[in-house]
Design a protein around this ligand. Structure first.
Ligand SMILES: Cc1cc2nc3c(=O)[nH]c(=O)nc-3n(C[C@H](O)[C@H](O)[C@H](O)COP(=O)(O)OP(=O)(O)OC[C@H]3O[C@@H](n4cnc5c(N)ncnc54)[C@H](O)[C@@H]3O)c2cc1C
Length: 317
């Protein structure tokens, strides 16, 4: 089975999710005696990096426009046909999510998004697993169509460096005109995007106000974490909306999630309960978050967080 995988980048630097997706696709291609072809749109600093994660072939598409799910899905469809691919893999990040549905509709493919398993093959289709009911349960889906599109959850499969020496081809393809023009994009510079972060330090209403966020910023700096928050915190503008995690915010799966002054409402848990280790700091021993926690500290965050930070600084010195 030949597989096409979309490798996304920001200003010429591959996203972590690009390596994850290529690694995933190459494992599936290898176990099915197929070819894993990675597709890159736009100018890359080092496209050959993808061969280290198992791509057998790398297709570079000359493109100097901004991200457009319409354009990207049309290009991927054309290349999937050229490469005789049966499966297209994208990451379940913001760009990948918007590509997957459009591509499946245009290409006539069966599609499952937010996949958290390696596929299993059966005579009548391919099985994958995804979280459902706000990730409180898992469902197994069988894609029975010949053409298939999946998006794979960020941080669900670590990228594996396997080495390799893939051919890089610049493809000649006509880029379709788009009905929507992206005029500008404002990106937070120098930050690891939340869905890609291994460590997340998150705050809720227990922080009392934005003036106290330096406590979490200091802790995040000490342990190399990225900041997040509960929805009410973003709603009252204590923190920007791109930090809001949960059912209506960003869904994350970091290795470590530290929740400070967050009660653990079901809508919040929907975005974080697949974190590998959850640490909860809350003064209320009955806070619902403790049911989902691996470690809990019952105490006043204004005492606990500075002491934890000092202890970690000494430990990590
Ligand atoms: C349709 C819908 C969608 C929603 N989507 C989301 C979503 O995506 N994400 C989300 O987060 N919420 C979402 N919500 C809101 C959610 O239901 C909760 O209201 C919200 O998560 C609560 O935020 P919080 O924990 O910060 O605040 P609170 O519930 O007010 O909890 C504050 C916590 O801080 C603790 N605390 C207070 N002072 C201290 C102290 N000094 N030291 C230690 N602990 C302290 C308290 O004990 C308490 O547990 C949604 C709600 C609805 C209806």
């Amino acid at each position: 089975m030949n597989i096409l995988v979309f490798a996304d980048h920001i200003n010429g630097q591959f996203k972590k999710t690009a390596f994850e997706s290529v690694s995933y696709a190459s494992r599936v291609a290898k176990s099915n005696n197929g070819i894993c072809t990675a597709v890159v749109l736009g100018k890359m600093n080092d496209p050959a990096k993808l061969s280290g994660f198992g791509a057998n072939k790398i297709l570079e598409v000359p493109y100097d426009g901004k991200f457009s799910s319409n354009v990207y899905s049309s290009v991927l469809m054309e290349l999937a046909n050229r490469e005789n691919a049966e499966l297209v893999v994208v990451s379940h990040d913001l760009n990948g999510k918007s590509i997957a549905g459009l591509l499946a509709a245009k290409w006539g493919a069966g599609s499952v998004t937010g996949v958290v398993s390696m596929p299993e093959f059966h005579n009548d289709g391919m099985d994958v697993v995804k979280g459902v009911f706000s990730a409180k349960a898992y469902a197994r889906y069988r894609i029975k169509s010949a053409k298939k599109v999946i998006s794979v959850m960020p941080n669900a499969f670590p990228p594996e460096e396997v080495g390799g020496d893939a051919n890089i081809e610049s493809v000649n393809i006509s880029i379709p005109a788009d009905r929507i023009e992206v005029l500008s994009v404002e990106r937070a510079e120098g930050k690891v995007p939340l869905p890609e972060a291994d460590i997340v330090v998150s705050g809720g209403r227990g922080l009392k106000g934005p003036e106290n966020w330096h406590l979490l910023e200091d802790l995040a700096t000490t342990i190399g974490g990225v900041l997040a928050c509960s929805r009410p915190v973003a709603d009252v503008d204590w923190r920007p909306h791109n930090e809001h995690v949960g059912q209506t915010g960003i869904v994350i799966r970091p290795k470590l999630y530290i929740a400070v002054g967050i009660s653990g409402a079901i809508q919040h848990l929907a975005g974080v309960n697949n974190s590998k280790v959850i640490v909860v700091i809350n003064k209320d021993p009955e806070a619902p978050f403790y049911k989902a926690a691996d470690y809990g500290v019952v105490g006043d965050l204004f005492e606990v967080v500075p002491r934890l930070n000092e202890a970690l600084k000494k430990y990590l010195k």
